[in-house]
Design a binder for this molecule. Structure first.
Ligand code: AMP
Length: 544
């Protein structure tokens, strides 16, 4: 396909405001692309390489402006190109505003403009990405200049945008998926699945055309070809337990996402599917030692100190950025894997298997290096798990739907990162209960109240998230204020203020205030505050 034909299609697509029509136009382009279909399927999205390939063109704007200036003629400088850019706001319009064909460049030798093809643009851009070392900048500049030099206005427009990865013709991933389905009469769902597992629009388009639905069904995960990571959205324990029978609760590690591809060789990919294998040799060694079948795992790498405790996120970043002297970096900061999902084992794709099954497979593969995990429908148990994670220096917890599939690139409702408490309340302790068993000599559950004009109204109880040591201290603090005891329950003179986190305030007949806190969590004793400084019921009503 001539690049001019591609540019004409791109121009028509850009001018089309309606989504459905856009899909039809892209489908038409695909149907006409012939051997260039894989390349065209990438170019329409402003990509030269498939999404799973982290090779970069690595052409900065300055290099592109310089190439345009050279192709535009002797009197044009990169500064002029930038001036026009300030004026027109977009590099495609700038490139289209110069008359490349008319100037005396390479084309003079060939006796007129020889037609640029899509395949040639692809080959040249790929060679450009491969150029490295001394003189590579000049080589890139020459190559790009050579391409612009052969462009008419529309071609220049889309070449410039392609080079700077700013295609902007309104064609997103969904449009390409629908256009493949429309052009080659294959189901959208199967196209979507094939795209998710391959991350290669070119491969999927070509397979759909040449082998139809049956061909798409044969596209599977491949060890060594990364897929997009499944993402989480913010949510609460309430959201999780209201929607699912139970929640898988995992530690949320403050590290960096990593996808482990293990076969004869081990490769590691970042959240953006960049190959980060070389930066993390100890993770590679760990995987080599532990895994004896080909597999794809999802997880987090964390930086740890000598005692195995987590270090801040910045430490792991240092390791990711380090390109040289990895041995030294490794001595300074140790990293470890915390695998939390399993996408593939020994030829079997598990994306459609429920999370609890994927976890069982993960447990079969690895004895260590897994994320801490609990399956529970008990808010108190979840709370205690969260508190332990926070106490150990982790970021918090993730809540996951045990029956959910793995959906690459999807930020769905099946993975929730537990929202940190938005605000805390300072509440007065007006009662408590003695603990049981081992904790019989400590107060265990604390009744909390908010202040009103003429007293205190209760709003909830905190019990979880307090260590034995802390309970002993709290008992000592509150004991002198006990005014009445009945069985396990005591009334306490309103003197001591607790800072308390919560997820939600809801109306409830259980407490005298008419409200209850959902998932209250003890944060601290407010030593500097007296009961008169505690939060009022009025504030609580405002917070709802
Ligand atoms: P955020 O970056 O705040 O959107 O949180 C999502 C990120 O948390 C993921 O992309 C992972 O890198 C990270 N993470 C840490 N622990 C887990 C876990 N157990 N499950 C899933 N993601 C996790």
């Amino acid at each position: 396909m001539e690049f001019a034909a591609f540019a004409a299609h791109a121009s028509a697509i850009e001018a089309e405001p309606a989504d459905l029509e856009t899909v039809a136009l892209v489908a038409e382009l695909f149907a006409e692309s012939g051997d260039d279909l894989p390349v065209v399927a990438r170019f329409v999205q402003g990509r030269v390489f498939p999404a799973h390939d982290s090779t970069k063109l690595d052409i900065g704007p300055a290099l592109c402006y310089e190439a345009i200036a050279r192709a535009a003629g002797q009197n044009v400088t990169a500064a002029d190109v930038e001036d026009r850019l300030a004026d027109r706001g977009e590099i495609g319009a700038v490139a289209a505003s110069y008359d490349f064909g008319g100037q005396q460049g390479l084309s003079a030798f060939t006796g007129g403009r020889d037609k640029l093809t899509v395949a040639e643009v692809d080959t040249e851009l790929r060679s450009l990405a491969a150029a490295e070392g001394a003189g590579s900048e000049e080589t890139k500049l020459q190559t790009l200049f050579g391409l612009f030099n052969r462009c008419a206005a529309d071609e220049a427009k889309y070449l410039a945008r392609l080079v700077l990865a700013e295609m902007r013709i309104g064609v997103g991933e969904g449009t390409v998926r629908d256009a493949i389905a429309e052009a080659f009469a294959v189901p959208i769902e199967e196209t979507e699945r094939a795209l998710q597992v391959s991350n290669d629009y070119g491969l999927v388009a070509e397979t759909a055309r040449d082998e139809g639905e049956a061909g798409l069904e044969r596209i599977h995960l491949e060890v060594g070809r990364p897929v997009q990571a499944m993402l989480a959205q913010a949510g609460t324990v309430t959201d999780a337990l209201d929607s699912w029978e139970a929640a898988v609760v995992e530690t949320k590690y403050d590290g960096a996402r990593v996808q482990v591809h293990a076969s004869e060789a081990v490769r590691l990919y970042s959240r953006n599917m960049e190959d980060v294998t070389d930066a993390l040799p100890e993770v590679v060694e760990f995987v080599e030692a532990e895994l004896d079948v080909p597999a794809i795992l999802d997880g987090e790498v964390v930086a740890v100190d000598d005692a195995g405790d987590p270090l801040p996120f910045q430490e792991i970043l240092k390791r990711f950025r380090r390109k040289h002297d990895i041995g030294r970096a490794r001595e300074e900061v140790t990293v470890e894997l915390r695998a939390f999902d399993c996408l593939h084992v020994d030829g079997e794709d598990l994306l459609s298997a429920p999370l609890d099954e994927r976890h069982a497979r993960l447990d079969d593969l690895l004895d260590v290096g897994r994320s801490e995990r609990l399956v529970s429908d008990d808010p108190d148990e979840i709370e205690a798990f969260e508190q332990a994670a926070l106490d150990a220096g982790h970021e918090g917890i993730m809540l996951k739907d045990p029956s959910s599939r793995y959906t690459p690139g999807n930020r769905g409702k099946h993975w929730l990162k537990r929202k940190p408490d938005v605000e805390t309340l300072d509440l007065v302790v007006t009662g408590a209960e003695w603990g049981e068993g081992r904790r019989a000599s400590f107060l265990g559950t604390f009744l909390l109240a908010a202040r009103t004009d003429d007293g205190y109204e209760t709003i909830g109880k905190v019990a979880t998230g307090i260590t034995d040591e802390r309970l002993a201290e709290l008992t000592e603090l509150l004991d002198p204020h006990i005014v009445r005891q009945e069985g396990q329950t005591v009334d306490i003179r309103p003197e001591v203020v607790f800072e308390v986190g919560y997820e939600e305030i809801q109306q409830s007949p259980t407490y005298s205030s008419g409200y209850a806190l959902r998932f209250p969590r003890f944060v601290e004793v407010r030593e500097e505050k007296s009961a008169a400084d505690a939060d009022t019921l009025e504030r609580i009503e405002r917070l709802r």
